[in-house]
Design a protein around this ligand. Sequence first.
Ligand SMILES: Cc1cc2nc3c(=O)[nH]c(=O)nc-3n(C[C@H](O)[C@H](O)[C@H](O)COP(=O)(O)OP(=O)(O)OC[C@H]3O[C@@H](n4cnc5c(N)ncnc54)[C@H](O)[C@@H]3O)c2cc1C
Length: 394
Amino acid sequence: MEKDILILGGGPSGLSTALHLIKIAPHLSTRILILEKEHYPRLKLCAGGLVIDAEVILERLGLDVREVPHVDSSSIRFDFAGKGLNVRVPKRHAIRVIRRNEFDHWLAKKTREAGIEIREGVKVNNVIPDKDGVTVQTDQGEFRATIVVGADGSNGVTRRCIFPNEPVYTARVLEVITPDYPTTEIASGKFSEFDGRRNDVAYFDFFPVPNNIAGYTWDFPTQINGEPMRCWGIYDTNLLADSNRPALKEPLAEEMKRHGFDLNDYEIKGHPIRWYSPWNKASVPRVLLVGDAVGADPIFGEGISMALGYGVIAAAEIAESIQRGEFSFGRYKRRLVRSGLGQTLFARWLITQIIYTLKWRWFQILLWRILKPIVLFVAWVFVLNWSKRMPLRN
Ligand SMILES: Cc1cc2nc3c(=O)[nH]c(=O)nc-3n(C[C@H](O)[C@H](O)[C@H](O)COP(=O)(O)OP(=O)(O)OC[C@H]3O[C@@H](n4cnc5c(N)ncnc54)[C@H](O)[C@@H]3O)c2cc1C
């Protein structure tokens, strides 16, 4: 089958690329085909935390994410061993938590309503670019396209096919779902009976850093089928791992035990996250990568807003290349690096090198408990609000 634009992967980066493309060039809608190996609503291991930038990009597409079941966190805590700083966003929630099966299904529905075809249950096995186009081999036969977008995530085949020998920077992540904290209602909010943890707060704790885990544990409110639940996990960029990689299960179990949960009672799932480094490549002639296939945020492994942002840049690049009839994508990385998304990815990569390699206990205490105004300033200017520097036509 022959199509102009084949998007491999129907997660947020692939769907965002398609939606932004037809925003710029509506006539392309029938010339785009998305191939997705799963069937919606499909499982995707993810804590589902949406930061403000994800919501801004969706709003600009005319989409209201409140249509998706969600839980809003009133604030976020960044702690070292249980003590640290509290972050609130004036007049809004600090973070909105969705489940990815529901969010991606909703976004795919919006994409279809916009006139774009998504073929589910098609697994891509190989991507072979040549000077006239790209051949995509799948378990449902061969496809041919003028342009291919690799939106197939951290474990995707597109990157492996076009950059077989490139180094990869990959974080290890474990996730666990538990029931919510038992609560007693107190005046303005709900409080846990255990240790003062609030049900509506998202917690990060960086206590594993001195033990060579360059990351944190998290504890988010979430919901499953309308039932309040907690999503726990541990993230390690692998920056401090050397050859001796510390186990992740023990620190997660320790953190959950402190708050009344036994990890052994719940199912643990793991998935890698490919994170952004300035050296990550993003395209070859006729094929460009988006989302985790290029790299997510290295500090937190936050990648949904980024995936949506990659879609903005890729769409602009593709629309221009179609106009010019030239598909080298030689300017894609530069366009990415100069955008609000590229700026925050670079800043986050730099911050990662500082906060995780200076792993000493005293530095982590200084950072999360004492330098609060500086941390808040850096977060507000360099980590968040980048989407406002991403015009719809980038
Ligand atoms: C445990 C965990 C927790 C996380 N928590 C958060 C969080 O709270 N907030 C946040 O912002 N980010 C979080 N992330 C990161 C986030 O999930 C990713 O950054 C985001 O999903 C990237 O979107 P994407 O579209 O690039 O890739 P994906 O969402 O992975 O989508 C890729 C799509 O491609 C499809 N696909 C893959 N291979 C093929 C193939 N061969 N053929 C056809 N289709 C294929 C997949 O089925 C999938 O639908 C978390 C990740 C993990 C692992």
